[in-house]
Each structure stands twice: as C-alpha cells, then as structure tokens.
Design a protein around this ligand. Sequence first.
Ligand code: PAF
Length: 348
Amino acid sequence: MTRFLMLRRSVSISASVHSSASIPVFTTIKDYRLWRNEAFESKKSVGFVPTMGALHDGHLSLVKRSLSENDLTVVSIFVNPSQFAPHEDLATYPRTLPQDLILLSALEYQPANPPNAPRTPSAVFLPSVKDMYPSGISQDVSQQKGTFVEVKGYGEQMEGLSRPTFFRGVATIVTKLFNIIQPTNAYFGQKDIQQALLLRRLVGDLHFSHPTHDNLHIIPTARNAANGLALSSRNIYLTPCERRLAPTLYAALQDAGQVWAAGASKQEAVRRALDRLGAAKDEGAKDGIEIRVDYVEMNDPDTFEVLGDGQVQRSDGAPVILSGAAWFGRTRLIDNVILGNLEGIVAK
Ligand code: PAF
C-alpha cells in the first residue's frame, strides 16, 4: 500500500491507495468523516454499497447503479462477525481485497450531457473489527457486550428461522455503517430480499436521514446469464457438480411462480418447486452430492408472515415473496422471485 494525501482547502484527508488499484481506501472512521464533510459542504450526493467483499458482478451492478445516480460512490468492505453464527463460515468466508479493489477501479460511468466527467467509485471504507465493535465481538449472542440493533417481529421468519441471529448482526452493522458513511442513497441486492426490506424498515423506524426509507434501493438479482444461478460470494464453495445443480433453486421458484400465476393454489405451487428440487436431489445423490431443501415459501413483503392459500391473491396484484433456501453439499444458497406488482419494492 502506498500512502497519499488528498488536499483540499485547509483539510487534509488521508487515505491509502492499493498498489494495483487507483481507488482511495479509508481505514479509519475519522478520515472517512473528513472526506464526507467535504461532500456535504459541496452538496454532493453520496451513494453507498455495503459489502463483505469477495465482489462479483452482483455487487458491481449495485455500484454501477450508484455511480449512475450519485455524484460520489462509496463501497464498504467488512466481513461482519456478528451476522455469522458460531457454526457458520466466518473463518473461511472468501477475502479477496486486492481483486476487489481492481474490480472497483475498473468501473466507470459516463453521465449523459458531456462535458460531465466520467464517474468512478470515489472511496472504499475498510474498517477494522475493533473500530466497528469497540467492546469486542463474540459470535455467541449470550457473550456479546455493547450496543446491538434488533428489528423485532421481522427477523424471525424466512431466513431468520434458520439463522436466528443473522438479522440482529446485519441490522447492527448496517446501522453503524449508515451512521459513519451518511449516504444519500444506499443499494442492496434483491437476492437478500428479507435483509433489504428489514433494513428499509429499520431506517424508517429510526427516522434515519442518511439514507431515508425511500432512498434505500433494492436492485434486481444479478444472475449467471447461461443458467440463472443468482450470483453470490459463497458460490465459490460449490464443487463443479454442485454448481451444475445449483441453478435448480431458481428454476424451481420460477416453475412455482408460473403455475401459481396460471391459477394453481399456493400449496400446489410450492409442491411444484419442491418436486423440481427433489429431482435435483436424486440426480445429485448419484454423484454423492447431498441437496437439502431448507424451505420454499410464500411470504408477505411487509410482515414476512407465511401466506396461507386464501391470503395469496392473484387478482389484486399485491406483491408476494416466493423464496427458497437449499443446501448444495456444504453450501447454503438462497433465492427469490417476487410475484405480483414490484412497484415500491424493487427498483426498475
Ligand atoms: O449483504 C451483505 O453482504 C451483508 O449482509 C451486509 C449488508 C454488507 C452487512 O454486513
């Protein structure tokens, strides 16, 4: 890492630049805040994409959206311990910082109406665990000390059933990040739909101004163009054989959505998805791969409650989340499709 100073007026802001990439990296909250104050003073909008690194095209699509809608764009990279349960993959979660910085440095957005200069990501925020958790952080909730954020009543369904401490960890770290980054707009992927909707509720409930509820944007899931597999940092865990079968999750949800749209009951639609996954399970078993379905469900996007057959209306176009989670070997994948009217949920 080489050190450089960005000097403007009387303020000197220190960021570092990785040797193989040209993007400034802030590793302290103090330095980032000096930079952010300048952006406030010059009335520049700041778009924010929080990540845990191991960037792929899904993250890059969020960054591109931010570049197109904001004067400045900040990406955070922080593998957040509190959202991993003790038995989960914190230790092995992919960490690919040099490659992440190269990918970000290569992005450019040319605003319409030249002579506007092309926009590139403005900064990466790369905090330490110590700065984010001054009291330390245990993955065991009963041992944790300090301040945590819980969105009661919305983190126990869907993903929260299988990962009971996940949303507490996410809500806590994203609250901290929003307080530091002070974004005008923030961008999340639809793949983690419950996370994104829960965070939208959090910023509304706590009356955040940066970002506001309406400025937390959910961007459609980026997929492998050939087979529809949702892009995820955890896809790198998949063996070639698992990777071949993993797109079945999305295919199963699509099948369910189609039969439901054609008039099948909710139960029938879910059964269709489970049958498709069952066929993949049989195929995987021949190669010694275990596929285990965690859930396939239809939930209300406001309450996350499971929808009963009678509650799922096709006619009024009210949106429904059809989502699923399944293990392909040792890798747990999630995906979703939204049925009905997307307006107000996912950005176009
Ligand atoms: O979606 C993720 O990558 C993480 O949950 C997030 C939002 C960066 C918080 O750690």
